[in-house]
Design a protein around this ligand. Structure first.
Ligand SMILES: [Zn+2]
Length: 243
């Protein structure tokens, strides 16, 4: 599933369509196409894993889910869920979720919850973490209401960097460690973005999909943890369990 940085890359890749008028809008997504068919693109935005195509008075929310893809000025064999054509090119989305929302994105989204947004507010994240002392840190990191944009890769890598066991409970983690966690999520997300752009993201993984802990040289544990039940890679020796 694409994480926040990959959606930022998508947003940057389609900048040439900003301000352009839609010539046609088609696809097998069940939408009221008449609402936006001939409108101008006002902006492209992202909020966590959501990609937003903004028009005056409405926007399209695209979530690539597990297997969603897109093509710019190209087509795939498969029927597009959404196909947008402009005078200067086309943008196609496949096997994703598309919703039309007849509101302004500012009314719908709290930008301060998106770890890659300029408005990201670490203090608000700390307040949200404090409010749920029993939550496991592996679930907290994947909670889009706390860390919009964080996915499983960011979760595994950040926990490893901080020597924090994924099953640690928020209420038992020292406050300084929690502040470091909030900080590191943003640092790692922007490193993820730079590495992904350079096609070298996987090369930098230290824990995600790895078999041996590079600090202790012993096998990593691999388990589906927390309420989110997502794959975790962690070292029982150097990642501290606060419980
Ligand atoms: Zn280790």
């Amino acid at each position: 599933m694409p994480e926040g940085p990959s959606i930022v890359i998508l947003k940057e890749a389609v900048h040439m369509f900003k301000g352009k008028k839609l010539l046609t809008a088609t696809g097998n997504a069940k939408l009221d196409y008449d609402v936006f068919r001939h409108k101008n693109i006002r902006d492209f935005k992202s909020w966590g894993k959501h990609f937003l195509i903004c028009f005056r008075g409405c926007f399209l929310r695209i979530h690539l889910l597990l297997f969603g893809t897109y093509r710019i000025n190209e087509k795939k064999e498969a029927p597009p869920r959404l196909s947008l054509r402009f005078r200067n090119g086309e943008l196609n989305f496949y096997t994703c979720s598309v919703q039309l929302i007849e509101q302004d994105p500012d009314e719908v989204y709290d930008w301060s919850g998106d770890v890659m947004n300029k408005a990201w507010d670490p203090r608000k994240a700390m307040v949200k973490l404090k409010a749920r002392p029993q939550l496991m840190v592996c679930d907290a990191l994947l909670d889009q209401d706390i860390f919009a944009g964080v996915g499983n890769i960011i979760k595994n890598e950040v926990l490893f960097r901080l020597r924090l066991h994924p099953e640690s409970e928020l209420g038992k983690i020292p406050p300084a460690k929690k502040r470091a966690l909030v900080k590191e999520v943003v640092i790692y997300s922007f490193e993820f973005l730079a590495w992904k752009k350079a096609f070298e993201l996987k090369k930098h993984w230290l824990a995600h999909n790895k078999k041996i802990c590079p600090r202790c040289h012993i096998p990593f544990e691999k388990a589906w943890l927390g309420k989110t039940n997502r794959r975790s890679f962690f070292c029982n020796n150097c990642q501290v369990l606060y419980k």
